[in-house]
Every structure is written in structure tokens, then in C-alpha cells.
Design a protein around this ligand. Structure first.
Ligand code: SIN
Length: 316
């Protein structure tokens, strides 16, 4: 019997009113630091070009080994290696040729750093700004997103510097009080999107053979990524989708390897998903594959577009 071709669903989506051709893009993290890597993303099926989180001055990052692939993900403590924000300001105009959204990721080591960089990127070729409140890997620097007073203070300072949509990359939360507290802080400011979640900070993987941690920085404490953290990402996306107004878009991040993973984030209410460890391990072809898998899955369930399936989580 001939199999009838399924109608190809439309995977386009919107984040903060900016059009994205598809639901799947890279996360700030792997393979988005150098100009070459950013051009590779431009030429790929990633729906956007997201930069590595930048700091005021260039950083080499933490000592090696600082990344270890694990059976179902990875642990890393990169320590924000990046070219410094001025280099990205120069690179971004050369990325506009790809006609897809450019997202500048910013990770100041202080509120003043963030103010300086957000002000500069508000005048840049970036379409959206993602401010990272959740890097766990800079020794001596706590994750801003776990300090609610500082989060409030930082948002007050960085959300009044221009009209480009600004969003925040959040750490994972594990308590309903925390979801509510953070949502209430976000609602006070013109935050246009959140990216949820960053790696789960300060985890420890030990190799029993060598009796050592598998990474060097911070005595082996690093961010856990990949499939291990998908249930946590799904819970955070779903909780924030319930608590935040629809005008605040949500990027789901954490453990997206397949179209099914992307679909689960869609059911939880995400407006798009970002891919980190899978992109590190498989390079740009992963965007095409995940896109095709998601399209096929949606078609098999008779969903014609992203909005039709968004938030369709069926509670038991
Ligand atoms: C890193 O560079 O250490 C990872 C970035 C992050 O966790 O935000």
C-alpha cells in the first residue's frame, strides 16, 4: 500500500514578536564563540544565531579538562571563554546576511558590566538580547538568578536601556515558592522572554577508576547538561508558562536531542527550544535532523503548526 505523504507542519514561531523560521536553535554555550562558529550557525538550520555569553573583556575560561561527555549528557565548567563583547559588536553585522534572528548573549560579572554591555548591544545588529543570570562556572561568582534581591536590582538596571527585546537566562528552580518569587520579579519589568534552564550548577561526577572528578575546575564541580536535566527543564518551562503572562516568551533548554524532546517542551508551553549538548556532540546537522523529526511527529498527531500543540499537556 502506498503511504500518503503527511502534510508538513509549519514550524515557524515567534519570540518577543520576532519571527523565527523554526522552533529549534542553538543555545548559548557550545560552538558559538568564534566568528567561524557563528557563520556556521548562520548557514545551518538553526532558527537563529545565538552567541556565546560574553563578558566585558575576553576570557580564556577555566583550565582543562573542563568538558566531559557522559552517557546521557555532559558535565562542563567552561568558565565563559569568549572574545569580549566588543568583538561580538563587530562580528554581528557580518551575520545579518543569513536573514535570521541574531541573539547576543551577555553575562556580566557584575550589574555594572551588564549595564554597559546591554547598553552597547541595544545599539547593535542583534535582534534580541539574552542576559545570562545563571552561569555556575566562574569561581567565586554566585549565580545571580538564585539571589532574588540582586535579580530584581539587575533587572531594574538593564531593562530601561533600549527597545530591543531583552530576556533572561535562568537557572533551574526546584520549589514552587521560588517559581512564584521569580515570576513576580520578572513581571515588574519589561522582560520579553526567558530561557529556562541553564545547566544544573555545581554537580560532581567522579571516575571511580582514577578516583578523581572528571573535570578540573572548581574541584570538579560543574554544570550538568543533557538528558539528565530534561525533566527539570520541562518542569521549569511548565511552571513559568503557568505563572507568566503570554507576552513573555519562553525558550526551553535542557536535554533536547530529538524531535520528541522538542515536542515535550512544546507540550510544556515553550515557544522555541535551544540545543546545547547535542549540538556540541553532533555539530550543525542536529538542527536539520531535530527539525525533521519534530515536523514528522507533529504531522503524525495532526498538528499543523507550533501553536496548535503548544501547551497541550494533558494532566492525568
Ligand atoms: C560556561 O561558559 O561556563 C557556561 C556558561 C553558562 O553556564 O552560562
Amino acid at each position: 500500500m502506498t503511504k500518503l505523504p503527511l502534510n508538513k507542519p509549519n514550524l515557524s514561531t515567534k519570540i518577543a514578536d520576532v519571527n523565527f523560521d523554526s522552533y529549534i536553535l542553538n543555545a548559548s554555550g557550545p560552538r558559538c564563540t568564534t566568528e567561524t562558529e557563528l557563520h556556521n550557525l548562520g548557514q545551518s538550520d538553526s532558527a537563529a544565531i545565538m552567541t556565546k555569553s560574553c563578558t566585558l573583556v575576553a576570557r580564556e575560561g577555566n583550565p582543562e579538562p573542563r568538558y566531559k561527555a557522559l552517557p546521557q549528557g555532559s558535565i562542563q565548567s567552561m568558565g565563559l571563554p569568549n572574545l569580549g563583547y566588543k568583538a561580538y559588536l563587530e562580528i554581528l553585522p557580518r551575520l545579518t546576511q543569513y536573514n535570521k534572528p541574531i541573539i547576543a548573549s551577555i553575562s556580566g560579572l557584575s550589574i555594572n558590566d551588564n549595564v554597559e554591555m546591554v547598553r552597547a548591544f541595544q545599539q547593535s545588529a542583534a535582534d534580541l538580547l539574552e542576559v545570562n543570570f545563571s552561569c555556575p562556572n566562574v569561581p567565586g561568582k554566585p549565580q545571580l538568578g538564585y539571589d532574588f534581591e540582586q535579580t530584581d536590582k539587575a533587572l531594574a538596571a538593564i531593562t530601561k536601556l533600549g527597545d530591543k527585546p531583552l530576556g533572561i537566562k535562568l537557572p533551574a528552580y526546584f520549589d514552587f515558592n521560588h517559581f512564584e518569587t521569580v515570576a513576580n520579579i520578572l513581571k515588574k519589568y519589561p522582560v520579553k522572554f526567558i530561557s529556562s534552564i541553564n545547566s544544573i550548577g555545581n554537580t560532581l561526577v567522579i571516575d571511580p577508576e582514577t578516583q578523581s572528578p572528571v573535570i578540573k575546575p572548581k574541584a570538579g564541580f560543574g554544570g550538568l547538561c543533557g538528558s539528565y536535566i530534561k525533566p527539570i527543564g520541562l518542569a521549569n518551562v511548565n511552571a513559568f508558562r503557568e505563572l507568566l503572562p503570554k507576552e513573555i516568551s519562553i525558550f526551553g533548554v535542557g536535554g533536547v536531542y530529538t524531535g520528541t524532546d522538542a515536542f515535550e517542551y512544546l507540550l510544556a508551553g515553550a515557544d522555541a527550544v535551544q540545543v546545547a549538548t547535542c549540538y556540541q556532540e553532533q555539530d550543525v546537522n542536529c538542527f536539520t535532523r531535530i527539525k525533521n523529526e519534530l515536523a514528522q511527529l507533529l504531522a503524525s498527531k495532526n498538528y499543523q503548526n507550533i501553536d496548535a500543540a503548544k501547551g497541550q499537556l494533558q494532566l492525568l
